[in-house]
Each structure stands twice: as C-alpha cells, then as structure tokens.
Design a binder for this molecule. Structure first.
Ligand code: NAG
Ligand code: NAG
Ligand code: NAG
Length: 375
C-alpha cells in the first residue's frame, strides 16, 4: 500500500508545533490551575475486545447485538459490544472523560454529509473475530474486518481529515490523536485450532509480528504518532477453553500469549528506534488478567471461572444469546468473564484504569496512556 503522507513531513511539523504548543501551554499554565489534558481524539483498531458495533454490518456470526449483551448498558440495549455494559474501548475512553468509545467507522460512513465533521471526534474500526493476519477468523466467524482493511479504512478517514482541515492542520490533528490497538487473540486461537498447521509456534509468532510491524508502520505513515497497544490476555483461561479442559487453563495457549507479549515489546522498541516521533504504551493485559485470576477479592471479584452469560459447563460452551437459551448470572459485578471469551464491564474498567493511570511498568510500559496522551 502506498503511503499517503511521508512520515518525515509530519514529524518536522510536529516538532515545530510542539515548540509552539509548549510556549502556549506555559502561558495557559499561569491562567489555569487544573492540569487536565485536553481529551485526546481516539482512533481504535482491533478485535471483539474493542468492537462497538462494526460486526453488526458484516456477514459474520460473531455478533453481539443480541441480549443479554448490553444488559447494563444505557436502556439495556445490545449495541454489538461483547459485554454486559461498556467494553474495554469504552472504559479507556471513559478514563479520558468521554462517555464511551467513538462510534464504529461503518456507522459514521453511513452519513456522508456529516462524515468529515464527525470523523474529527474519532472512530472505531475494531471488528470481532478479526486478527493481524488476513485469513484469521474467516473460517470460524465468517466476514470480519482484518487489521489491514481497518488500516485502509483509516487511510480513507485520513484523506477526509485532510480535505476538512487542510494538510498542515490535519497532520497536527492526527499526530496528537491516540491510536489504540487490541488484536492478536484470534490469530492464536486459529493457530491452536488448525490441526494441519506446521506445529511451529516460533515461526507463526514471527509471521504475526512481521505483519503487525507493517500495519503499525502504515498507520504511522498516515501521520499517527501515539500508539496504545494492548497485548493478548491469558486466552487459555477463558471459559470457552477451560470448559473443554475440565475447568483448567490451557498452558500452551497461555504460553503463546506471553511469547506474543515479549515479541510485541521488542517490535515496539524497534519501531520507536526506526521511526522519528513514534511513541507508545504497551499494556500487559496478560499480567493484568492473571492478577485478577490470582487475587480476585482484592478487586471485589468473586467468580473467575464461570462466564456470567452463556451455555453449558462454566457457561463456556456457547455465546451469550438469550434466544438460544443462554444463562445469565445475577451478580454481574462479581464476574471476571462476561461470556465465553470476553471480560465483564467491571474487569474492563479495572484494566482501563491501569492502562491509563497505572504506575507499574509491569502492567504498562514504558509510559501509561495518560502520559502518552500528554506527550
Ligand atoms: C492451517 O495451516 C496450514 C499450514 O500452516 C495453512 O496452509 C492452512 O491455510 C491453515 N488452515 C486454516 C483453516 O487456517
Ligand atoms: C441466537 O440464537 C438464535 C436461536 O438459536 C439464532 O437464530 C441466532 O442466529 C443467534 N444469534 C447469534 C448472533 O448468535
Ligand atoms: C501514570 O499516570 C498518572 C496520571 O494519571 C501519573 O500520575 C503517573 O505518574 C503515571 N505513571 C507513571 C509510572 O509515571
């Protein structure tokens, strides 16, 4: 894919802008005592952990616009979020002072007349079932928007921002925005499902990272500078997996997830040394979830094995679908897992608090998301 804008052009401008910005902040600082940052504009990429309704428009069976999803959402409306309420994308947005995630790109794109104006409020491209690789999720879930296509959609958005603001302002706007990405779990699930795949996890992880590198770099070349990346949680411990494994976590899947974290850490260090102005936060969602699994009571959680909503053993043998006869727990705030694959609203909130304000580099490194937004 041909980059729209040279990264360099944007960077030089960013530095100049930064100088002017610093001066103006000094001025503002004297007249204004609170240290609230302006809310960063959010552009959100990824899978079902971040999807706020993209898949409602796709020919996919990975959909959450059915009850009991959204039961704790405004008016108990299922919106396409795989959660009882706000999902992790929303919860991060809320930590920054928004009500929820920006809307799906596909919703904004339905209103061509207001598109250019609305897009300045951010957009969410995330699609349930999708992965870093093109083919990920297709066999299992049908039509999904894979990462490369999400980046193409952002490229379109970038052109519209340019038309709206003009090149210089657009560059500044995009370089100040926060780009959140949460993806990779479905790639690992597909790898684990594929019996004919060459059993070489190292090789598979390497191809994932090489592809991830290309897509992150392409977002950078479109002017993005601030990347908030979420790693892969202990997917071997989600009810969909444990219900098939006598209630126990599946170590090989968790090992893949930890290996993915280390590789992503290296990848991001490499990107920031290669690309001028590239800044990032890497969230260790593996360790965060592990902490909730190990010491739930510290966080007011009681149930870490069974999903709140679902079917069969541990509610882990089918999706949260009321019409299909899914169970619904009473104490939704006590549950780590909402459904067979996804965290509850409460667990998402705990993760978002740590990602945005966390002080431990074990959880978010090298800086947290609020520092990234200020940077
Ligand atoms: C399974 O793995 C093989 C070998 O790596 C690959 O060629 C094939 O496309 C994979 N199948 C699916 C359904 O992903
Ligand atoms: C929910 O279950 C009903 C009844 O089995 C089925 O027709 C529908 O396709 C399911 N919806 C999803 C999104 O799984
Ligand atoms: C993370 O964010 C908060 C502000 O929300 C800040 O006070 C804190 O120092 C940051 N963490 C680290 C490790 O610097």
């Amino acid at each position: 894919m041909a980059p729209l804008f040279e990264g360099k052009k944007c960077s030089i401008f960013t530095n100049l802008f930064f100088l002017l910005f610093s001066i103006s902040m000094l001025v503002v600082a004297y007249g204004n005592n609170n240290n609230n940052v302006k809310k960063p504009t959010l552009f959100i990429f990824g899978d079902s952990t971040f999807d706020v309704g993209t898949n409602n428009f796709l020919k996919s069976i990975a959909k959450a616009n059915i009850l009991y999803n959204g039961i704790d959402f405004l008016h108990s409306i299922p919106t396409g979020r795989f959660s009882n309420g706000y999902n992790t994308a929303d919860q991060i947005a809320r930590q920054f002072g928004y009500m929820e995630s920006p809307p799906p790109f596909l919703v904004l794109a339905k209103h061509p007349y207001s598109f250019k104006r609305n897009i300045l409020g951010g957009a969410n491209f995330a699609s349930a079932g999708s992965g870093i690789l093109r083919e990920t999720g297709k066999k299992q879930w049908g039509e999904v928007t894979f990462l490369e296509e999400q980046v193409q959609q952002f490229k379109f958005v970038r052109e519209k921002i340019n038309e709206k603001l003009g090149e210089e302002k657009a560059c500044r706007f995009v370089s100040n925005a926060l780009f959140l990405i949460s993806i990779g779990s479905n790639d690992l699930f597909d790898f684990a499902r594929n019996e004919t795949s060459i059993r070489n996890p190292q090789q598979y992880l390497a191809s994932l990272q090489a592809t991830y590198f290309i897509h992150i770099k392409n977002i950078y070349l479109l002017g993005a500078r601030k990347f908030g990346i979420l790693s892969i949680p202990p997917i071997g411990c989600c009810p969909a997996v444990t219900s098939q494994n006598k209630g126990n976590c599946l170590k090989p899947l968790n090992d893949l997830a930890t290996a993915f974290y280390s590789a992503t850490n290296t990848l991001l260090q490499q990107l920031s040394s290669e690309l001028l102005g590239f800044k990032y936060s890497l969230g260790n969602t593996f360790l965060m979830t592990k902490t909730l699994l190990d010491t739930p009571s510290t966080f007011g959680l009681k149930e870490t094995k069974s999903a709140c909503c679902g079917i069969g053993y541990l509610n882990g043998q089918g999706p949260c679908n009321k019409t299909a006869g899914a169970n619904l727990c009473f104490d939704r705030k006590d549950h780590l897992f909402w459904d067979w694959f996804h965290p509850s609203e409460r667990a998402s909130q705990l993760a978002a608090q740590t990602l945005v304000h966390g002080k431990s580099k074990d959880f978010v490194t090298p800086i947290n998301l609020s520092q990234l937004a200020r940077a």
